[in-house]
Design a protein around this ligand. Structure first.
Ligand code: G4P
Length: 542
C-alpha cells in the first residue's frame, strides 16, 4: 500500500478547495499601449461593481483622482510600471485580473506576469489592427501555452471591416480567430452584438444603449434574430452573412483548440462605452480554464489539491512612499493559504512567516486571511524573494525559474558622490534582486560602477528615479556602446576578452555574458573562432 505522503502523483483538489479552484479565473489583459487596457480594466471593475463609476482606478482626466500611478515617472510618461492584481466576484466566480505594464521596455515584466495567469485577454485597437507589441505578446502567450481571448476594442470609432482584422490575425500570427460575437453596425456605428451559436447561426442580438461619457454600465436589451432583422435591417443581415462566412471557413469556437492555443475566441467591444464588457466576463467564466496543476523543475506536477505552494512573479518596492516597503507578489499554485502560516522558501530552504499578506490594487491594500489556487497575494517586506522563487509547505516543490530576456541596452551606473557608495551598493543589490534590471560585473570595472543591462532603456530611468527617490543617491548613467549579448563559458571568456568590441561579464545569476558592439562584430568572431561558446539568450521565448 502506498503512503499518501510519499506519493509522487499530483493531487486534484477535493471538497471545499475543489469548489474554490473551480470558480476561479486568473487572467491578464495584454495589448500594445493605448489599445485601451486601463479603460477595459475599469470597465470590468464597473461590471463587477467593484467601482460605481468608471475613472476610479486609473483616474482619467476630469474624472476621479489617480490611484494606480505610484511613481512620479509613471505620471510624467503616462505609463504604468507597477504590477497589481484586482480580485472581484462576478456571479459565482472569483476573478483575478493581473495588471501588466503597457510599455514594451517592460516586456520582461509582462512575461513574468504571464507565468502567473491561466489565460490572457488580448486587446486590439480596431482602427490600428495588429501593432508591434501585439505581435510580440501573442508570441509570448503562445510560448507560455496560455489560451488567448481576443477583444477588438474601440468599435465605436471608424475603422476596418470586421473580417479584415480577423484575416490579419490568421495570416500574421497563425492563430485562428473564432468570433463568439460579431458587431452589428460598422465600426463607428456600433449598435450591438450578434451572438454566434453552433455552426455560426445567430442566436441572439444584444443591443446596447450609450450612457453619458460611458461612466456607467450600458443598458442591454436582448432580441431574437427575427426581431433583430426587423429592427436593424441591413446591418443585421450583414452580420449574419459574416457569421456564415466564418463558419464556412471553419472559424467556429472549439474549446480544445482554444485551450491548446490554436484558436482564439473573439469579441468586439468598446471599453469606453462599456459595450461588450459583460460578454468578455461571461466568456472568461465559460471558456477560460480554472487553475490547474503546474510542473515543477523535475517535470512532476503539483496538483491544486496538494499542500500549499506558490510562485513569486513580481517584486515591487516603493509602491507606497509613506511606507517604503517591498512587496513580493505570488500566485498560489496549490492548497489553501492562511495568513500567518509559515511556509518554506525553496531557494534558501528557510522558513518564511506570512503575517503581512495583502491584495493590492492601485493604492488600495486589503489584508488577506485566506486564499486559493489562482489568487495573487502581496507579501510585505519579503526581502529574500525574487521573481521565479517558490514557497511551499509540507511536500517540497520548486517551480522552474522564469527565464531572463536578452538585454539590448547597456550602461554603467555610479554614485555621483563617493560618500554614498554604501547606499548605492545596497540599492543596486535590491533593484537587481527585484529584477528591475540585470546587473553585470567584471574585475576590470569593479563594483563601484556595475553595468546595467536592460531590454528597454526606460528600465534605466526606473533605476535612476528609484536610486534618488528611495535611497537618496544621485547617480550618473553612461551608455555603453554594446548592442547585444550572448551566453558564453569560462573557457571562451579569456579569448573573447582579447577581441576588439567585446567585453565579458558575470551576471548575478552566475551566467557569463559576452557583450558585442554590433551584430557584425559577433558574426565576424563566430566565423573566425568557431570553437567559442556563444549561445543565444532567451528573447521573449523559452
Ligand atoms: P492603455 O491602458 O492600453 O494604454 O490605454 P487606455 O485605456 O489609457 O486608452 C487609451 C486611449 O484610448 C484613451 O484616450 C482612451 O479613452 C481611449 N479608449 C479606450 N477604449 C476606447 C474605446 O472603446 N473607444 C474609444 N473611442 N476610445 C477608447 P485618451 O484620449 O488617451 O485619454 P482620455 O482622456 O480619453 O481618457
Amino acid at each position: 500500500m502506498s503512503s499518501p505522503t510519499t506519493s509522487a502523483t499530483a493531487a486534484p483538489a477535493s471538497g471545499r478547495l475543489a469548489g474554490e479552484v473551480a470558480r476561479r479565473r486568473t487572467f491578464a489583459v495584454i495589448s500594445h499601449p493605448d489599445a485601451g487596457k486601463s479603460t477595459l480594466t475599469e470597465a470590468l471593475a464597473l461590471h463587477a461593481r467593484v467601482i460605481s463609476e468608471a475613472g476610479a482606478i486609473h483616474g482619467k482626466a476630469g474624472r476621479k483622482a489617480t490611484v494606480s500611478d505610484w511613481m512620479e515617472m509613471e505620471k510624467a510618461r503616462g505609463i504604468s510600471v507597477s504590477s497589481t492584481a484586482l480580485q472581484f466576484e462576478y456571479g459565482d466566480c472569483v476573478i483575478n485580473l493581473v495588471d501588466t505594464p503597457g510599455h514594451s521596455d517592460f516586456s520582461e515584466d509582462t512575461y513574468r506576469v504571464l507565468t502567473a495567469v491561466d489565460a490572457a485577454v488580448m486587446l486590439i485597437d480596431a482602427a490600428k489592427g495588429l501593432e508591434p507589441q501585439t505581435l510580440k505578446l501573442f508570441q509570448v502567450a503562445r510560448d507560455r501555452g496560455i489560451p488567448v481571448i481576443t477583444v477588438i476594442n474601440k468599435w465605436d470609432r471608424p475603422g476596418q471591416a470586421p473580417l479584415e482584422l480577423l484575416d490579419e490575425i490568421l495570416e500574421r500570427i497563425g492563430l485562428t480567430p473564432t468570433p463568439l460575437f460579431l458587431p452589428v453596425g460598422i465600426a463607428g456605428d456600433f449598435r450591438g452584438l450578434l451572438r454566434r451559436g453552433e455552426d455560426g447561426a445567430a442566436t441572439e442580438y444584444i443591443h446596447f444603449t450609450r450612457t453619458a461619457g460611458g461612466a456607467t454600465i450600458a443598458p442591454e436589451v436582448s432580441y431574437t434574430p427575427e426581431r433583430a432583422a426587423e429592427r436593424e435591417g441591413e446591418v443585421w443581415d450583414e452580420a449574419v452573412e459574416e457569421s456564415e462566412l466564418l463558419s464556412a471557413a471553419g472559424q467556429d469556437h472549439d474549446q480544445e483548440m482554444f485551450l491548446a492555443g490554436q484558436t482564439s475566441p473573439v469579441i468586439y467591444a468598446s471599453a469606453m462605452l462599456n459595450f461588450g464588457v459583460r460578454q468578455i466576463l461571461e466568456t472568461l467564466i465559460e471558456l477560460a480554464p480554472p487553475p490547474r496543476a503546474r510542473k515543477d523543475v523535475n517535470g512532476a506536477e503539483r496538483g491544486t489539491g496538494d499542500p500549499f505552494s506558490a510562485v513569486v512573479f513580481k517584486v515591487q518596492a516603493g509602491m507606497d512612499t509613506a511606507h517604503r516597503d517591498r512587496l513580493a507578489f505570488m500566485r498560489i499554485v496549490s492548497g489553501e493559504f492562511e495568513r500567518g502560516m509559515v511556509v518554506t522558501h525553496a531557494q534558501t530552504g528557510r522558513p518564511f512567516a506570512t503575517k503581512y499578506a495583502l491584495t493590492v490594487f492601485g493604492r488600495e491594500r486589503t489584508t488577506v486571511e485566506t486564499a486559493y489556487p489562482g489568487d495573487v497575494i502581496g507579501l510585505v517586506n519579503a526581502t529574500a524573494l525574487a521573481p521565479g522563487h517558490t514557497l511551499f509547505v509540507d511536500k517540497k516543490v520548486e517551480f522552474p525559474p522564469i527565464p531572463s530576456f536578452a538585454p539590448e541596452h547597456f550602461a554603467t551606473l555610479r554614485a555621483q558622490s563617493a560618500g554614498k557608495y554604501k547606499q548605492f551598493r545596497k540599492a543596486i543589490d535590491q533593484l537587481d534582486s527585484e529584477g528591475v534590471v540585470q546587473v553585470l560585473r567584471n574585475e576590470l570595472r569593479g563594483d563601484a560602477s556595475p553595468v546595467l543591462a536592460a531590454v528597454g532603456p526606460m528600465q534605466f530611468e526606473v533605476v535612476t528615479a528609484r536610486m534618488q527617490g528611495e535611497y537618496n543617491v544621485e547617480t550618473q548613467l553612461d551608455n555603453l556602446p554594446y548592442q547585444l549579448a550572448r551566453r558564453t563559458d569560462a573557457e571562451s571568456a579569456e579569448e573573447l576578452n582579447r577581441q576588439r568590441g567585446v567585453e565579458v561579464f558575470t551576471r548575478t545569476d552566475g551566467a557569463i555574458l559576452a557583450l558585442f558592439s554590433d551584430k557584425w562584430r559577433l558574426q565576424y568572431i563566430q566565423k573566425e573562432l568557431p570553437k567559442l561558446t556563444l549561445e543565444l539568450l532567451v528573447a521573449g521565448t523559452e
